[in-house]
Design a protein around this ligand. Sequence first.
Ligand SMILES: Cc1cc2nc3c(=O)[nH]c(=O)nc-3n(C[C@H](O)[C@H](O)[C@H](O)COP(=O)(O)OP(=O)(O)OC[C@H]3O[C@@H](n4cnc5c(N)ncnc54)[C@H](O)[C@@H]3O)c2cc1C
Ligand SMILES: *[C@@H]1O[C@H](CO)[C@@H](O)[C@H](O)[C@H]1NC(C)=O
Ligand SMILES: *[C@@H]1O[C@H](CO)[C@@H](O)[C@H](O)[C@H]1NC(C)=O
Length: 807
Amino acid sequence: MIPSYTRLTAAATALFLAGAVHVQADTPLGIAYNNQECGLVMFDVYGEFEWPGDYYGDYYGSLCTNPNALVSMYASMYTYCLPEDIEPGLDIMNEWCTEYGEVELLRPSEFAANLTKEAIAALPVYGEGDVEEGSNVTAPFLMSKAVFDVTRRSEHAYDWEQRLHAYYTFACYGFWAIILLFGVVQNITYKIIESRSSYVYTDAEGSGRPINNAKPANIFGRAAAVVRKYVIMPSALPPYHQQRIMGCTIPTRAETFVVASYWIIGIVLGAVNIHGFNGNIFWSGSASQIWRYISDRTGTMSYGNLPLLWIFSGRNNIFLWMTGWSFGTFNIFHRHIARLATLQAIMHSIGYTAYYFCAGYGEYYFLYFAERELWWTLGVSATVVMSFLIIFSFSYFRAKLYENFLIVHIVLSVLLLVFLYYHTAIFDLEDYNYPFILTACVIWGFDRFVRLVRQLYINLHVRRNTVGNGKGGRIQTTKATVTYHEAANILTVDVVPGNAKIFPGPGQHYFLYQPLTIVGWENHPFTLAWWNQTSSSSSTDDDLHLQFWVRPYDGWTKKLVKQCKAKGGSTLTTAPAMLLEGPYGKAEPLHTFDQVLLVAGGSGIAGVLPYLLDYVRRVERGAAAGANGKVPTRTRNITIVWADRSEAFIRFIADGVLAGLLNRPDINVAFHLTGSQPAVADASNIASTASSSTDAVDSPVTPAEDADATVGEKTVQQFDSEKGGVFENTADLNKKSIAAGYRIQAGRPDVLSTVRKLTQSIHGTDARLGVMVCGPNDLADNVRHVVAQNMETTRESIEYFEESFGW
Ligand SMILES: Cc1cc2nc3c(=O)[nH]c(=O)nc-3n(C[C@H](O)[C@H](O)[C@H](O)COP(=O)(O)OP(=O)(O)OC[C@H]3O[C@@H](n4cnc5c(N)ncnc54)[C@H](O)[C@@H]3O)c2cc1C
Ligand SMILES: *[C@@H]1O[C@H](CO)[C@@H](O)[C@H](O)[C@H]1NC(C)=O
Ligand SMILES: *[C@@H]1O[C@H](CO)[C@@H](O)[C@H](O)[C@H]1NC(C)=O
């Protein structure tokens, strides 16, 4: 089943593309083909002279209509050009005449009498310097062979480079097409495997399925297992992935491969096949030609990267659901493409500076600044803007000033598009502005449009059927209740969306807005932690409730706490005007695994609990199907390991959502209460990241060394500086909880041995283990590392899923 919003996205994409693609250029990026070059040689040579007549002084006007000029050009074409190049040459000459001179090229047939063999043979032949440049020419003449040869060579060198600029730019799209196609095929394959293994049949005795011995995997299965263990799973520098090294995100090996390949392709294609020769009629020195070609190459390739930048940054990027890759993965692509494009823009600027001085045009260089030539000034500004975009996107600014980062990022991006538009508006709009700038705008507009549609869809609902539900015929809007649980230091945001016809499920996140505040555009993503209906049975009177569990930080979430506190009272509840945007994200196929391990840290419980609730619902559906019925999950056993600093939060979940589930044999829950160390937690000590990470999972550490307390970059991720929660010893804790059927252990969980134990239990069978983590960076990274180590190389035994609260 394709969710309705996916279909909506697809339909909107088609609509937008149909309206926007309006590229009518005869050649991509205005290049000339090989067989057109001979025609352009005529313009190069005869354009150097004046042709007194009707269009005197008008370059294309006289070249395209002056009989003396035309007879000279056609006579030279018939003498020197290959016969098959004459028609294509005439075509491009006519194209330039109509486009730049707004006159029609008079065709050779008009001068048939002057173009006979005899007439041509009777023409004078002039070589280099025989006629002074810029002098008035009043009779036709033939260029010498030597003049033709050097001009042809120069024209060819320039056009050949122009073609390479275009082809290499498109080769970059080819690269991404291959990568994305791979992702699509991979996604479809996973979906097929998933649909085959997503249910089992209960047998008549209800004794469940036998566990089979491992079937030896075929060569493909083994190869896939090895690739997953060594390439797809681990980070490029294990165990760093969510954690940063000196503020840098470390991608997985597969992501690193893609990104590194792109850098290599970008740099190599930006530098190869650049040749100059002495005596070129345009710029005689080699150096000036080389600088010019490098600049044009890098400039074009930089433009080429713009649409990619915008595609990969949107929330409604169709490749997100076509490939099943995460927003975080595309965000890594986005950032690296941006850096490469900026490097190319800087090279373009440096190259043009060098070119002007090498070619002896230094005076123009200063003149352009002095006269404030718009295309020139804005080109320089665009490079500066791009560089600032990169600088302001360093993770330091993203983490410290997310909202300001976003505003600056958007404003600079708009400026960039405007500047670049005017920079290349001196060319045909079809050459650069339509294919690159306009496309980027369309992609951006599309994302914003779909966001608006999603907001309208989920927040507004006009009730048509007013009978019987007591709610009257009116527009129903989203209602929200926010409660602050002070001891647990958690906000629960309970939202009744205006439109109940959505499909809540695990793995989804929504963006929350408070439209009536001064910064009403601000919106923050939160994972759907709990909901009260399995499907949109809108016939029931009960409203659909979506619940989000939010750990408050400094910005928007802190204001929510303030709003709750302002209401006072014992409950600290408020009902602000709130809007939803979503759902985004996708459910991982945990129900296709025989064993499931869910690891959560802090508010990360919101990311994994929906999978437990989903499991419970699936089992219920299986039970309802009766004997020999279809059970829509393979899972026999779910283990949850959750650590939090606040006992109140643990109890809130254990006695709330989990009540009644904790005694089931198929569900094992381990609660861990970790201590708090405010002094360390407040210090943003980046250096401690490295030291704390390696042993974080291996050894059950004392509460004082809690992962949350020692991890660096407090503000980047959301779990880090958790406050609240007083450490008690285990005995104290459990007196209270045994009665309720659960135990809270003190200290950090030993996830390593849990993974090992579960791995052992499936070893030698065909059962598979699914591990999902949602927690602090170092927790996630260590579990990823441990899982990669414990993967079998003979079959795909374990799969790792990560829900991160940041990108
Ligand atoms: C997919 C996803 C799901 C999430 N689910 C939950 C959840 O269920 N429960 C929960 O407590 N938190 C969740 N978060 C984290 C939550 O979005 C942030 O804690 C919240 O945005 C912080 O807002 P603030 O203004 O109070 O924080 P600040 O103190 O201003 O910033 C805290 C941190 O949050 C980051 N941040 C702020 N706004 C955004 C934003 N719009 N997008 C991305 N990062 C941002 C900042 O860079 C900073 O690192 C989730 C994040 C993502 C990306
Ligand atoms: C060329 O001819 C035009 C008039 O047709 C005249 O104005 C101009 O001065 C001449 N130029 C030269 C260099 O003789
Ligand atoms: C073309 O040929 C005619 C007749 O020979 C001559 O009068 C005329 O000047 C020629 N035109 C050009 C442009 O050479």
